[in-house]
Unconditional design. Sequence first.
Length: 222
Amino acid sequence: MERAAVFDVDGTLVDTNHLHVVTWWEAFRRAGHTVTTHAIHRAIGLASEDLVARLLTGDGEQAPNVGDTEALSAAHKTLYAQYFERLTALPDAGRLLRRLADDGWTVVLATSAGDDELSALRRAIDADEAITATASADDVDEGKPAPEPVERALELAGVPAERAVFVGDTVWDMLAGTRAGVRCVALLCGGIARADLEEAGADAVFEDPADLLAALARSPLA
């Protein structure tokens, strides 16, 4: 029977979370908003509009209008794009995907990245031959923590939830995977605490792709 390994990308396979934090911080600063980097880090993994709403209304501000949200998102995209050619995969990310593909897993990415950003991320991972499909922000109406990104990935893989594992690095990833009915593996390389990931539904936790690859035989991806 087919089985699917669904992967988040930012912070899970590519070392980007803190780049997103800094570029969101600068986008907010330029727009006149004071938002701490700690708060931004906790929101990474949400869709842009959800991230903006969470960070601004969390300080008691009025919910941002669509125009303000779009302007902040555009500023973040422009600032983050300067790093596209320097993005770096996390240790053994490509090797992990190739190993799983060799072992018979259908590897699918589930990401909120747009086309240009996704191309940069895939160049960094350098394992296109192992990736069967990608569920991007353009394919879903709701981003994580809604289950739709994971469910769309399963549709692309043609695999039911009980035959799939989702690997991510944020609380939002774990919530999305749990709500989609799949087993969840969390990686600590995105900077989120183990206890928070486990509370959100992680079945197993590893340091990074290299640690997961080394421990594959005792993981949900065995």
